[in-house]
Design a protein around this ligand. Sequence first.
Ligand SMILES: Nc1nc2c(ncn2[C@@H]2O[C@H](COP(=O)(O)OP(=O)(O)O)[C@@H](O)[C@H]2O)c(=O)[nH]1
Ligand SMILES: [Mg+2]
Length: 469
Amino acid sequence: MNLGKMIRDDEVEFTMKLLDDDIYEGKKTDEEDFEMVFHNDFTEDLVGDIDEKNKQKSRTMRHSSSYENAQAFVQEAKLDTEIEEAGTLLGLNNYINNTKEWWASKKINVAITGHSGVGKSSLINAIRGLKPKAIGAAPVGIKETTTKIQKYEFPENDKVVLWDLPGMGTGKFKQETYINDMELSKFDIVLVVTATRFLETDVWLAEQAWGLGKNVIFVRTKLDFDLINASRDDQDAFDEAKCIETIRMDIRKHVSSCSDAAEFSDVIYLVSNPEQGKYDFPSLVTKLRSLMNIKGVSICRVLQQHLEKAIKAKRDAAKHEFTSSKVVSALYGFLPVPKLETALNQHIVEKIRSKCLVKFNLDDESLGKVSDEIDLSVESLKAYHLSAFNTEQLNHVDKLYTQSEEFRFSKFRRYSKYMIPVIGSVLSACKAPHTIQDCVDIICGIMAEDEYYLVQLRLEKLEKQLRPI
Ligand SMILES: Nc1nc2c(ncn2[C@@H]2O[C@H](COP(=O)(O)OP(=O)(O)O)[C@@H](O)[C@H]2O)c(=O)[nH]1
Ligand SMILES: [Mg+2]
């Protein structure tokens, strides 16, 4: 049996990491995995409070927040109705098809925040590839130019919205009320923009965003100025790479002062807004693109968890079904003709196999419906991907029956009815239902794995479909 694909029997405890492992186990590239787990590693690692108690609290908040956000996008009652009507996999498929457009219409909101004058509006223009005075560009300038929240669309997708927030700490927007004034809780990703010096209030802002379960990225702008200043300060010993590294380490130190994580290379970006091909600007854009996927990833996680439970429940319930087949097999046990009992029981197992194929949505009709969605033909699924059509046991149920019997019962027990009258027949009648049960367990186990595998493929496809960019 392919144990590698077994669904664990222990109850699923929701942790982000665990679910990632389950959904994408061995079926994604490193790069994709990296994107998938980033949100979790990030929230797991960057815990922004000094005392342990608060740390725990904020950790829980962050996880539950991401989870609850995604839960709001999955109407579990509707999903269950679809599952009841069409089966687990097809029900999921129907639910996805009915909900896909609604999910896709939901926007990803990116807050660009930080002190006044650090280059927030310039950063938005740079991300959008616009010159400061271009039509539709965010107004920029040396005096405070952004006094209310402004929204800008991401170049390639109007479902991604960049929000230019007014600077914190100006006369109009005090630190005390900034989080509420800006409704920070409504954003998915928060960019804390800094320039020249990293301030305590920047750390504070990040902590607030972390506390709300947001993905936080630090962007240090005006690197060009920093380098000019540094070269002027020390003309003889100036080394650009070293200088950049020093600035990076300084920010890292500040960020790590409010967190227990050691590695921040992934969330700190040093840029010069007018030079979009230089420094960390390209990797910042790559990072943003990967993070914009969070809604799709979270939705898939919630669906995956729900489906894993549903398939397990179905598998466990199915193991207790087929009572009439077991009773009939017991009656066959009394038959005195050699091999006839075995042949009839093999026939029972074949019928159970056929019923289970339908039950676990692995029959041709069901596979046909799903194969359209996951870009794999029914033939390819059967030939290469599904154990139900590839394991010796399920391809030859006659062997499955005889092997199960041989495994469970001694030779004497198997042939007792030909040796001892009456008692031998009773013993024979008792063994058949056990053997059938073993076969049912194996069939249900393998088919549940297969259905779960197809669920994973469907969710991978959905996650790609929901990727905004
Ligand atoms: N040299 C340089 N100037 C920048 C950079 N980013 C912004 N600026 C300038 O800094 C000033 C304030 O920028 P702005 O985007 O309006 O800051 P905001 O108040 O945070 O939105 C403007 O004059 C920008 O041209 C940068 O990376 N390098
Ligand atoms: Mg501005």
